[in-house]
Design a protein around this ligand. Structure first.
Ligand code: SAM
Length: 327
C-alpha cells in the first residue's frame, strides 16, 4: 500500500488529527436553528434543494425494511427521509459530539423544533466517532451487514490522506452486504478545479460561498501533488466554514473499485436536477419541499448565486459487487 506521506509521517498524522478536530468542532458548534431562523437563511432554497437531492437518492435506492448506515449523519436531518422509505434499522455515526446529541434529541422526538412528529418507526443506534480513522467493522459487528450506506456532504473530509480515504471505503465495503448500495453527495472536483483555473487568484465565489486554495497550489495544475490532501477552505454562508479536500473523481472511482464497488452513476447536482425533474413524483416532492418556491415573491425561489453553489456538488451511487443472499 502506497504511503503518500513518506518520511513525514509524524507531522502529517498530527496535522491530519488537528484538521479532523477542526471539522468536528466546526459542526459541533453549529447550534440548532429555529424554524424562523432557518426560513430566513440566505441559502434556505439551496438547503431545500439539497434535501430534495438526498430524498430522491433515498427514494430511488432504499427498500422497505433495509438496514441503513448513515456515515457522517450530522444532526439527523435525513431521519425523516429514511422513515418515509420505511427502513427497518438505522445506524448513524458522526465525529461531532454536538451533532450526535442533536441527532439523539431529534430521534427521540422531543424538542424537535423543525417538526413535532410521532416517534420514528425504526430502531436506531447513534454513535460519535471518526468514520475515516476507525475500523468500523469491529464497532458495528453486531449491526452488519447493511443494505444501504449513505454519506451525504461529508465523504470529502476523508480525502486529507490516502489512509483516511481508504479507511472510509474499507469501512463501507466491509459493512455492506454483497449487492448493497452506497449513495452520497460531495463536492464536484471538476467544477471546483475549473473555477479555480478561471479565477484570477486562489479564491473564487459569490454572495453565498467562497473557496480559497492554499498558496502551495498556486500553479493550479496539481500535476506533481498527490491526489490526497489537496486542501481548500470552504465558506458557505450560514452553513460551513471548514478545511475541505478535493476528491478527484477518477481516482475515487478506481479506489472504490479496489474495495469491490462498481459505479452505478455520478452526476453533478445541475444534471441531477434536470434529470429527475422529468419525473412527476420528484417534481411534486420539489414543490412540497419548496426549493423552487412558488414564484410569487422575489425571495421565494433559489437565487442565481445559490444555483451556482449547487453546481459545486455531485451525487454518486456505487454498488458492492456480488449477489445478495437469497435466504
Ligand atoms: N450528512 C449530514 C446531512 O446531510 O445533513 C451532515 C452533513 S455536514 C455538511 C458534514 C458532516 O460530516 C458533519 O456533521 C461532520 O461532523 C461530519 N464529519 C466530518 N468528518 C467526519 C469524520 N471523520 N467522521 C464522521 N463524521 C464526520
Amino acid at each position: 500500500r502506497h504511503d503518500p506521506q513518506g518520511g513525514a509521517n509524524f507531522l502529517e498524522d498530527e496535522s491530519t488529527k488537528i484538521f479532523a478536530r477542526k471539522v468536528a468542532d466546526h459542526y459541533s458548534a453549529r447550534s440548532n436553528q429555529t424554524l424562523e431562523e432557518r426560513e430566513a437563511s440566505p441559502i434556505i432554497h439551496l438547503k431545500k434543494l439539497n434535501n430534495w437531492i438526498k430524498s430522491v437518492l433515498i427514494q430511488l435506492y432504499a427498500r422497505r425494511g433495509d438496514a441503513v448506515l448513515d456515515l457522517a449523519c450530522g444532526k439527523g436531518g435525513d431521519l425523516i427521509k429514511w422513515d418515509k422509505a420505511k427502513v427497518g434499522y438505522y445506524v448513524g455515526i458522526d465525529i461531532a459530539e454536538g451533532s450526535i446529541k442533536d441527532c439523539r434529541t431529534r430521534y427521540n422526538g422531543d424538542a424537535d423544533h423543525h417538526q413535532r412528529r410521532k416517534k420514528f418507526t425504526f430502531p436506531a443506534r447513534l454513535i460519535c466517532g471518526d468514520c475515516y480513522e476507525v475500523r468500523l467493522d469491529k464497532v458495528l459487528a453486531d449491526d452488519a451487514p447493511f443494505d444501504i450506506c449513505s454519506c451525504q456532504f461529508a465523504l470529502h473530509y476523508s480525502w486529507s490522506t490516502e489512509a483516511r480515504a481508504r479507511q472510509a471505503l474499507a469501512n463501507v465495503s466491509a459493512l455492506l452486504r454483497p449487492g448493497g448500495i452506497f449513495i452520497g453527495t460531495m463536492p464536484d472536483a471538476n467544477v471546483i478545479v475549473k473555477k479555480l483555473r478561471e479565477a484570477e487568484g486562489l479564491t473564487f465565489g459569490n454572495s453565498v460561498y467562497w473557496v480559497r486554495f492554499d498558496e502551495e497550489f498556486s500553479d493550479k495544475k496539481f500535476k506533481s501533488s498527490s491526489p490526497f490532501g489537496i486542501k481548500y477552505t470552504f465558506h458557505l454562508e450560514d452553513a460551513v466554514d471548514c478545511p475541505e479536500w478535493i476528491v478527484p473523481f477518477h481516482i475515487f472511482k478506481s479506489l472504490a473499485e479496489e474495495y469491490d464497488f462498481e459505479l452505478v452513476f455520478a452526476k453533478n447536482s445541475h444534471e441531477f436536477v434536470h434529470e429527475y425533474m422529468k419525473k412527476p413524483e420528484f417534481v411534486e416532492l420539489m414543490r412540497r419541499l419548496g426549493a423552487l418556491g412558488d414564484g410569487n415573491q422575489d425571495n421565494s425561489t433559489l437565487s442565481a448565486d445559490e444555483w451556482e453553489a449547487a453546481y459545486l456538488y455531485m451525487s454518486f451511487v456505487l454498488r458492492k459487487r456480488g449477489q445478495p443472499d437469497k435466504s
